[in-house]
Design a protein around this ligand. Structure first.
Ligand SMILES: Nc1nc2c(ncn2[C@@H]2O[C@H](COP(=O)(O)OP(=O)(O)OP(=O)(O)O)[C@@H](O)[C@H]2O)c(=O)[nH]1
Length: 393
């Protein structure tokens, strides 16, 4: 890896290039991206243990609370409640990110405590802290380069200001990736979402939550169960379909997933649906089989509808840390990705991986994050909100 800020080297009182490579020297420390995560998969959606899971079980998706409630317009009392709810939602995000918060932000606070100046050692410790929190090599390098530059120009001298500056840097790093998924209002034919991801990352659950969200917005949705490899996957999708009042197109077990995808798009067209969401297998006999199958499903959809799939979304388990990056790269080769959903951030200290994904996967937007099992825990990804939730007292 090349340093990009050579001009910092040799400047009096400034950090040296040594600091930027500190992570190499400390390789062992906290740099075990493949280490098993303590996250324990929880039960099926309807088994959610928290009180708010009751929200999810509501039979009418239109009554599902949303972050931006639709008409009728709010009364003044509702507005107060709205503000409170917003605070509540932020509070909940903050609480759900507690593990990442303690591994990333709280560690940084401790790091600068009692320091009098920003020297090599402090920047090296910061670098280690970021890598330990799964921020990843590219993002960490970019941040340390930038801080080094600021220190060398004397724009940043006070260690206590370092955390604030870092917070800005982290937000700026995430911001280009935080592009919401907006459905066109005037599109001819349905908006087709192809959902991919390895087994157990929360793909089917995410599809269910998305169906619920879109139904609550008054959109017509069709689901396609193109994971014909695992019968339980279609069952699970069917349950979500029943819960949200959305038709689910299925095929025979072991059948052709391309045919199911085709039928789902066709059903979406015939019904004048706004959105078709297609679930795919997360595991086949081999990884190569899986990638070929996904590419084929994609081709079938593309033949049927110009520009479709309009979104190819990879669902990643945030608890897999740096492994998420290799998953994303691999999927991206077979089915060019347009968006990501990172789930299970509520059960892991490895949420720093969002920064790694933003830095490494240019052009792929982070659409949603999952911070729990209920529908409102699938949140549109907002860079500033995410960083605030990690840093705000
Ligand atoms: N805590 C938590 N659990 C989640 C989240 N998203 C999904 N889950 C849970 O993760 C488990 C696996 O989710 P699935 O939707 O079955 O995963 P999948 O990727 O479809 O897996 P396959 O169907 O096996 O391919 C379920 O128990 C979900 O409720 C999240 O953001 N937080």
């Amino acid at each position: 890896m090349m340093a990009r800020d050579g001009d910092a080297v040799g400047h009096p009182n400034c950090v040296t290039i040594r600091a930027m490579f500190g992570f190499r020297k400390r390789k062992g420390k906290g740099s075990d991206p493949e280490a098993p995560e303590e996250y324990q998969p929880e039960g099926a959606p309807e088994e959610a243990s928290e009180a708010e899971a009751a929200d999810e079980a509501a039979p009418e998706p239109k009554e599902e609370p949303t972050e931006e409630p639709a008409a009728p317009g709010p009364s003044p009392a509702d507005e107060d409640e709205g503000a409170e709810k917003k605070g509540g939602l932020f509070g909940r995000l903050r609480e759900r990110l507690a593990k990442t918060r303690s591994s990333l932000a709280e560690g940084l606070g401790a790091l600068v405590l009692g320091r009098k100046e920003i020297d090599d050692e402090l920047l090296e410790d910061l670098e280690t802290q970021l890598l330990t929190a799964d921020v990843g090599v590219t993002a960490t390098q970019r941040i340390i380069d930038d801080l080094t530059r600021r220190v060398s120009r004397k724009e940043l001298t006070d260690p206590q200001a370092l955390v604030g500056t870092l917070r800005e840097e982290l937000t700026a790093l995430l911001a280009p990736a935080a592009r919401p998924l907006t459905l066109p209002e005037d599109q001819e034919g349905p908006f087709v979402l192809l959902m991919v991801g390895v087994n157990g990352t929360g793909k089917t659950t995410t599809i269910g939550k998305l169906a619920q969200r879109y139904r609550a917005e008054g959109r017509e949705v069709v689901l396609g169960a193109a994971d014909t490899f695992r019968a339980a996957a279609a069952e699970q999708l069917q349950e979500w379909g029943e819960r949200t009042g959305v038709p689910v197109i299925r095929g025979p077990e072991g059948g052709d997933p391309g045919a199911v995808a085709h039928d789902a798009v066709e059903a979406g067209r015939a019904r004048g649906a706004d959105v078709v969401i297609i679930d795919t297998a997360g595991r086949l006999h081999t990884q190569d089989n899986l990638m070929e199958e996904l590419a084929k499903v994609r081709r079938v959809i593309a033949k049927q509808l110009p520009d479709a799939p309009h979104e190819t979304m990879l669902v990643i388990d945030g608890g897999t840390g740096q492994n998420a990056l290799s998953q994303a790269r691999q999927f991206n080769q077979s089915v060019p990705l347009t968006g990501l959903t990172v789930t299970k951030l509520d059960g892991t200290a490895r949420g720093g991986v969002l920064f790694a994904l933003a830095a490494e996967l240019e052009g792929v937007a982070i659409r949603f994050i999952g911070v729990g099992e209920s529908a409102e825990d699938l949140r549109p990804f907002d860079a500033a909100e995410f960083v605030d939730a990690l840093f705000e007292e």
